[in-house]
Design a protein around this ligand. Structure first.
Ligand code: PMP
Length: 423
């Protein structure tokens, strides 16, 4: 008789041992408890797929025979072409195959997949990578099991601070850690801070990355969710210039996502950049998921070819005004309930407000023990810290809660903070 296995640790790889539960994903299980108010999640654009006029078109235009087959790793050709045109339009890219400027585009199962593949392709154990601090917890969950030296650069209202970035590189202790080859940045509506980089900030960071020869990973799922145009962007377009559009050296890989503008359940994103790098990412995808879901791609292909850029632009305006209004509601209610108890910057893009809880050192126990008891879900700041250090911040999202739910959630948070501070 064989022995049942009771301890699997000797079967698990070093990388496997370093994998841990995502703090955000673990909130899904408590979100369905009765009365819970969820100020942590992301909207799906139900309207696009449920609208009486659009829905039949999406289904009619979708060639399911093609969508249900295995297909090419970079994605369905027509959809891939559509997205290339979009990139040419928004990021000053030349026509593909322009000599010396060869670029490519690969569709993936959400930008999370292309980020994962890219990190695997670019980084070996023990390498260093620069990120903002705080930064997206989903990227940290990719990086941490890779046993990297993750160096977080402080941020302000406009994201990563160039002076600190430069100082970190110029004073790098080569005997202590390998010099970084990669910098990871979320330039618009940063997750979790809500910060948006202006053009000047991007140019400064690009110059430093150039000087020290770093690849820039531009993770920009909130690019199209810029809802407040600021003159100081100095932009030729309302959305400002991307790192990709500034790239003269082939050092930018840009990650776009359809999750925030169409729907996150589609699981579609795309990565754009230098052809040689993209070839490696393609090879990685060939061995991981083969290609993004054909059914999802076919639905989106039918929708986008039906729309063309004109309807796409109109849709984006609708998305932006939706988020602008949500942001306004949320900030108004923050003022109403939490004035004097918290500090925050007002975001001009995305869906997040990064809130400092005054008088609180560590938001984690407060959120996981007491806020959940009070039936309000926020994400504790530590989830976004490359060094796992404690944080007095929480991340709130204004995308799905309606005004009444926001009001209730912030009232509960205010009661909780008052209780804590008066202990
Ligand atoms: N990057 C950032 C900064 C994000 O916030 C998210 C989603 N929350 C992703 C990547 C992953 O997006 P996708 O749904 O396209 O995988």
């Amino acid at each position: 008789m064989s022995n049942p296995i009771t301890d699997y640790s000797s079967f698990i790889s070093k990388r496997g041992k370093l994998k841990s539960a995502s703090p955000i994903r673990s909130l899904f299980s408590i979100s369905s408890l009765p009365g819970m108010v969820w100020v942590a999640r992301i909207l799906r654009m139900k309207k696009v797929f449920k609208d009486e006029n659009t829905k039949p078109l999406v289904i009619e235009g979708a060639d399911l025979d093609e969508g249900l087959q295995y297909s090419a790793t970079p994605g369905l050709p027509k959809l891939n072409q559509w997205l290339r045109k979009l990139q040419i339009r928004n990021h000053s890219l030349p026509e593909p195959n322009t000599q010396g400027k060869e670029w490519d585009l690969i569709i993936s199962n959400g930008s999370q997949e292309s980020l994962y593949n890219t990190m695997e392709v670019l980084l070996d154990d023990g390498n260093s990578i620069i990120t903002e601090t705080p930064t997206y917890s989903g990227t940290l969950s990719i990086l941490k099991p890779l046993a990297l030296n993750i160096v977080g650069i402080e941020t302000d209202k406009y994201g990563m601070i160039p002076e600190i970035f430069e100082k970190t590189l110029s004073e790098w202790d080569h005997s202590a850690a390998k010099f970084p080859r990669v910098v990871y940045i979320i330039p618009s509506g940063q997750n979790p801070c809500g910060s948006t980089m202006n053009n000047k900030r991007k140019q400064d960071i690009y110059k430093i990355a150039s000087k020290y020869n770093l690849i820039i990973l531009e993770d920009d799922p909130y690019f199209y969710l810029q809802f407040d145009y600021e003159d100081e962007y100095g932009a030729d377009t309302k959305l400002g210039r991307s790192f990709l559009s500034m790239d003269t050296d082939g050092r930018v890989l840009r990650f776009d996502s359809l999750s925030k503008i169409l729907s996150s359940g589609l699981r579609l994103g795309f990565v754009t950049g230098n052809r040689a790098l993209l070839e490696k990412i393609n090879f990685h995808q060939q061995s991981s998921t083969l290609h993004a879901s054909g059914v999802s791609q076919m639905i989106v292909q039918a929708l986008l070819t039906q729309w063309g850029f004109e309807q796409w632009d109109k849709h984006l305006e609708m998305v932006q005004s939706f988020y602008r209004e949500k942001r306004n509601q949320f900030v108004k209610l923050l003022e109403k309930h939490l004035s004097g108890l918290v500090e925050y910057n007002i975001p001009s893009a995305g869906m997040f407000v990064w809130i400092r809880l005054l008088g609180i050192q560590d938001s984690k126990s407060l959120i996981f023990e007491k806020a959940v008891e009070k039936k309000v879900i926020l994400v504790p700041g530590v989830a976004f810290k490359p060094d796992n250090s404690i944080s007095p911040f929480v991340r709130a999202s204004f995308s799905t809660a309606n005004e009444e739910q926001m009001d209730e959630a912030l009232k509960r948070l205010s009661a909780l903070l008052n209780e804590e501070l008066n202990k």
